[in-house]
Design a protein around this ligand. Structure first.
Ligand SMILES: [Zn+2]
Ligand SMILES: [Zn+2]
Length: 389
């Protein structure tokens, strides 16, 4: 028995019960520590007697004060070397999180629990009253610490750039031989906002829109990176057809002497939009006007005389020589007088109310009492009912 007795290396007192239940406890808790990946306490510490051990045992390690830099504009928090979006509701949440990151608990402590009570001292100071409990060497321990948190309101890099009208890329939305319609302008803005929101959601703080401005011939968007400019313009063309051209302008050199380019993406939407009724200017073409169905890739549509499918040649792409007669929305409901045969139908001219014989396209419903018609310089044509397809 005497051989197995240990003595405290500091005070020399015999350590009576280290081989008893406490040893088992100690082994169990060091097992826990391993699982949690916490370093093993130094051998000297564990050999001390209870009195010496607790003499310099520090359960909670708290800083004198925690300084938190927050962006007064967007609420981002400065951590390490950078600004981070934390999505905090208010600065108290931010303060609690920063304090919990700054507090340390002794590795020997098991079953640690803590609670915190913030006390708002003034606009920029929150006092954090923290109460800790745990178990060390089989004994319950508790400690209360108060950590003042100072909030410094600043402007983060991104907000500073936005305020300074910084941008790296311009996206111009234009259309060939026409002005973009409100629907296209609105969609372009929505696409830009979606792309930036998506990038922000992945933690990218360099994604923002500096300016959206409508001009007489379209929309200009100043954005923070070339990547965003490229994404917006590609998405526009994917949805509406048309083309993108990009042009680089040397703006400056960065601090490392690299040349910095600003890229302008010029989106040209196709001249005709789905719903337009056009007449080809090709003299050899006498199959009648076309209701445009798609302007992505080659222009595609439906002949309003027959209902036949039309697709422009590869060379013509989305802009065959044509003139616009009107739009599907311009169609006026008029009375069907009589169905003459499989190629002709009689309807009332919506302006003169005279019966007129017009071409009967295959989408014409012979049981219909009224049909939408478009009267243009190309004559009177039966249009499909909107929502037919
Ligand atoms: Zn001792
Ligand atoms: Zn900010």
């Amino acid at each position: 028995m005497a051989d197995s007795r240990a003595f405290c290396p500091r005070c020399g007192d015999p350590i009576a019960d280290r081989s008893g239940s406490d040893a088992t406890e100690s082994a169990a808790s060091s097992g826990d520590a391993d699982e949690r990946g916490i370093r093993e306490p130094a051998a000297g510490d564990t050999d001390l007697c209870r009195a010496c051990y607790f003499d310099d045992f520090e359960f909670v390690n708290a800083p004198q004060q925690v300084d938190v830099r927050v962006c007064a504009r967007c609420g981002a928090v400065h951590r390490g070397q950078r600004w981070v979006d934390v999505g905090a509701e208010d600065y108290t949440d931010v303060a609690i999180e920063e304090v919990s990151d700054a507090l340390g608990v002794h590795v020997d402590a098991a079953d640690v629990a803590w609670q915190v009570e913030p006390e708002q001292v003034d606009e920029n100071t929150i006092r954090m009253h923290c109460y800790f409990t745990g178990v060390v060497r089989g004994e319950p321990v508790e400690e209360q610490v108060t950590v003042p948190v100072r909030i410094a309101r600043q402007t983060c890099t991104r907000c500073g750039r936005i305020a300074g009208d910084y941008y790296a890329s311009i996206v111009q939305i234009r259309a060939e031989d026409r002005t973009p319609v409100p629907e296209e302008i609105d969609r372009a803005k929505a696409i830009a906002n979606d792309i930036v929101a998506e990038m922000e959601a992945t933690g990218d703080r360099n994604a923002f829109i500096t300016e959206l401005s409508e001009t007489p011939d379209g929309l200009n968007m100043k954005v923070s990176t070339n990547k965003i400019g490229k994404k917006i313009s590609n998405k526009m063309v994917e949805e509406f057809g048309g083309t993108v051209n990009d042009a680089e302008t040397l703006v400056t050199e960065d601090e490392d002497g690299n040349e910095v380019y600003r890229v302008t993406f010029a989106v040209r939407l196709p001249p005709y939009r789905p719903g337009d009724v056009i007449e080809l200017e090709d003299d050899a073409d006498d199959d009648g006007p076309i209701l445009v169905r798609s302007a992505r890739g080659n222009l595609k549509g439906t002949r309003v005389t027959t209902g036949d499918h039309y697709e422009a040649d590869y060379e013509e792409g989305n802009s065959p020589d044509a003139r616009k007669l009107g739009e599907l929305d311009d169609g006026v409901e008029t009375t069907v007088v009589t169905v003459e045969d499989e190629n002709a139908v009689q309807v009332l001219d919506p302006e003169t109310y005279q019966a007129k014989t017009v071409a009967r396209p295959d989408y014409f419903d012979p049981d219909a009492e009224t049909v939408p018609v478009l009267k243009s310089r190309a004559g009177l044509h039966v249009l499909p009912d909107e929502g037919d397809d």
